[in-house]
Design a protein around this ligand. Structure first.
Ligand code: URP
Ligand code: ZN
Ligand code: ZN
Length: 494
C-alpha cells in the first residue's frame, strides 16, 4: 500500500469500543486504513510517527467552551480568550474539536443574527475544528421560528439557563424551548440552578456583610442545584424532549439524573474537572485568590463529592466530561476576577466575581493523570459521546477508516514522562492563572493531529498548528437515544 500522507505505527489504538495494536494510515485528512502492525510497511508514506509504547486515541472534543463572549452572566467580566487563543490552547492539550456558545442577549430577538455574528468572530481564527451551541436568552416568537433554519445551518443544540438575571428563563419559557427543540431534533442543554433561591441567599449573606469568595458556595448549596435539576428533568419529561444537564457538581443532582435515565428518559449529563479536583477549600485561599475558583455550580465540599462524580463517569450517568472553559483574567480590575474590588468593596465581594474557570487545555491531561477511568471510558466521555450527542459522529470522536477525520491524540503511559507540576506558564490560553496550579500530572499529549496535520508536538517544537486551519463543522442530529416513539407519549396536542 502506498501514497499515504501519514502513518502512525506501533501504537495501542484506543477507541470507546476497542483497544488493539494497529498501524493507522492517513490520507487527505481522513483515516484511510487500520492494519495489524507492519502490514502497511512504511516506505511510501510522506511521514511516519512511531507511537511504540503509546496510546493513540481520537482527538478530544470539548463541547462546553466560552470564547469571546460579552458580559451576560450578571454583567460581570469579559472572556479573556478569543477564538484564536482559546483554540490554540485547546490543541496544545489534545482537543481537536470544540463546540462554543453563540450567546443571545435578552435584547436580541434573532438567533440567526447571533449565529452570523459569532461565525464572523470565529472564521479564519481557529486552530481547532469548531461548531456552536445557541445560547438562548430570549426565546420569543422570532427565535423559536428560526429553529428549522438553524438545523439547516448545522446547529443541533442550544443551552438555556435557570439562573443569571440576564439569561434566566421561567418554566413556561423552558417548555417553549423544549417543545420547539423536540420538533427539530435539537438537544437542549440546561444550566440547572435555582436562580431565585440563590439570589435570595446572596442577599441574606450580603446583609450580614459576608462577602468573601468562600460565600459563593454558601449562596448556592447542593439543594439549589438538585431542585433545579429535578425540575429540568420534570419539564423535559413533560415535553418528551432530550436534555443534557451541564456542569453537574452535586452527587444528589447526579442521583436524580441517574434515576431519570433508569426510567428510560433521554436525559444526559455533563460534568467538568472542577468537580473532580477542586473543593470549597479552594474558594477560601488567602487574599482574594479564592476568586480564581469561583464557578457555578461551585466546587463542592470534599473528596467524597469527587468520588461520587467519578463513579457517575464510570457508570454512565455522565455522558460527557467537558471543560466549561470560561476564561477571565485574575489581575484585571475592569474585566476580570478582581473586577469587584472597588472603593465601595476594597476587599472584594463574591457576588461580583465573574463565574467560570479556564480549563480547555488541562481537561484531558488532568483526567488521564488521575488514572480513575478505564482508557476506553476516558475516550468515551472526553470525545466519542460528545460526537454522538451533538451530531458529529462518526466524522469526529472515533477512528473509522474511510469515514472519520484523522483527528488523533497520542499519549504515553504514566512513567514515560515522569511526574511534573502543572503551572500556568506551561499553558497557551490568554488567562493569567489556572485553578489547577501545582497539581501533579503524569500525562501530557505527545502529539495532537487534526485532519492529518500534526498541530502539537510536545518534544518537537510544541505548537505547530496554524490559526485559520480549524474549520466550521455542520452538525446533524444526536445519535444517542432521543424522544420516545409516537404512541408512547403524544406531545402533538401542544
Ligand atoms: O461558572 C460558570 N460555569 N461559568 C460559565 C457560564 C456557565 O454557566 O456555563
Ligand atoms: Zn452554565
Ligand atoms: Zn459554561
Amino acid at each position: 500500500m502506498d501514497g499515504f500522507d501519514l502513518l502512525v505505527i506501533n501504537g495501542l489504538v484506543v477507541t470507546a469500543s476497542d483497544t488493539a495494536n494497529y498501524d493507522i494510515a492517513i490520507k487527505d485528512g481522513k483515516i484511510a486504513l487500520l492494519a495489524p502492525p507492519g502490514v502497511l510497511g512504511t516506505s511510501s508514506a510522506k511521514r511516519v510517527i512511531d507511537a511504540e509504547g503509546g496510546y493513540v486515541m481520537p482527538g478530544g472534543i470539548d463541547c462546553h467552551v466560552h470564547l469571546e463572549e460579552p458580559a451576560l452572566f450578571g454583567g460581570k467580566g469579559r472572556s479573556s480568550d478569543n477564538f484564536e487563543t482559546g483554540t490554540r490552547s485547546s490543541i496544545c492539550g489534545g482537543t481537536t474539536t470544540i463546540v462554543a456558545f453563540a450567546p443571545q442577549a435578552k435584547t436580541i430577538p434573532s438567533l440567526l443574527q447571533v449565529l452570523e455574528d459569532t461565525q464572523a468572530r470565529a472564521k479564519d481564527n481557529c486552530y481547532t475544528d469548531y461548531s456552536f451551541h445557541m445560547l438562548v436568552g430570549h426565546p420569543g416568537e422570532q427565535a423559536l421560528s428560526e429553529f428549522p433554519r438553524l438545523r439547516e445551518l448545522g446547529i443541533s443544540s442550544l443551552k438555556i439557563y435557570m439562573t443569571y438575571a440576564a439569561l434566566q428563563l421561567r418554566d413556561d419559557q423552558i417548555l417553549d424551548v423544549l417543545l420547539a427543540s423536540r420538533k427539530e431534533g435539537i438537544t437542549t442543554m440546561i444550566h440547572a440552578e435555582n436562580g431565585d433561591v440563590l439570589t435570595w441567599m446572596t442577599k441574606k449573606l450580603e446583609e450580614r456583610k459576608l462577602y468573601a469568595p468562600k460565600y459563593h458556595a454558601t449562596s448556592r448549596p447542593q439543594i439549589v442545584e438538585t431542585e433545579a435539576t429535578n425540575r429540568a428533568i420534570a419539564l423535559a419529561e413533560l415535553m418528551d424532549a432530550p436534555i443534557l444537564v451541564v456542569h453537574v457538581s452535586s452527587p444528589s443532582a447526579a442521583a436524580h439524573l441517574r434515576n431519570a435515565q433508569t426510567r428510560g428518559l433521554p436525559v444526559y449529563a455533563e460534568t467538568c474537572p472542577q468537580y473532580l479536583f477542586l473543593t470549597q477549600a479552594d474558594l477560601d485561599k488567602p487574599g482574594f485568590e479564592g476568586a480564581k475558583c469561583v464557578c457555578s455550580p461551585p466546587p463542592r465540599e470534599s473528596a467524597h463529592d469527587h468520588d461520587a462524580i467519578w463513579i457517575g463517569l464510570a457508570n454512565g450517568t455522565f455522558t460527557v466530561l467537558s471543560s466549561d472553559h470560561c476564561p477571565f483574567m485574575y489581575e484585571d480590575y475592569e474585566k476580570g476576577k478582581k473586577s469587584i474590588i472597588s472603593e465601595e468593596y476594597p476587599e472584594g465581594r463574591f457576588s461580583g466575581i465573574p463565574n467560570g474557570c479556564p480549563g480547555i487545555e488541562t481537561r484531558l491531561a488532568l483526567t488521564l493523570s488521575a488514572n480513575r477511568l478505564p482508557l476506553q471510558k476516558f475516550v468515551e466521555v472526553t470525545s466519542t459521546n460528545a460526537a454522538r450527542l451533538y451530531g458529529l459522529y462518526p466524522q469526529k470522536g472515533t477512528i473509522l477508516p474511510g469515514v472519520s477525520d484523522a483527528d488523533l491524540t497520542i499519549w504515553y503511559p504514566p512513567g514515560k514522562l515522569g511526574t511534573f507540576k502543572l503551572t500556568n506558564s506551561m499553558l497557551h490560553h490568554n488567562v493569567d492563572y489556572t485553578p489547577f496550579e501545582g497539581m501533579e500530572l503524569n500525562q501530557w499529549p505527545r502529539y495532537t493531529i487534526l485532519r492529518g496535520e500534526v498541530v502539537w508536538d510536545r518534544d518537537g517544537g510544541g505548537l505547530l498548528g496554524k490559526k485559520g486551519y480549524g474549520k466550521f463543522v455542520a452538525r446533524g442530529k444526536s445519535t444517542l437515544p432521543g424522544p420516545r416513539q409516537a404512541g408512547e407519549w403524544d406531545v402533538s396536542v401542544f
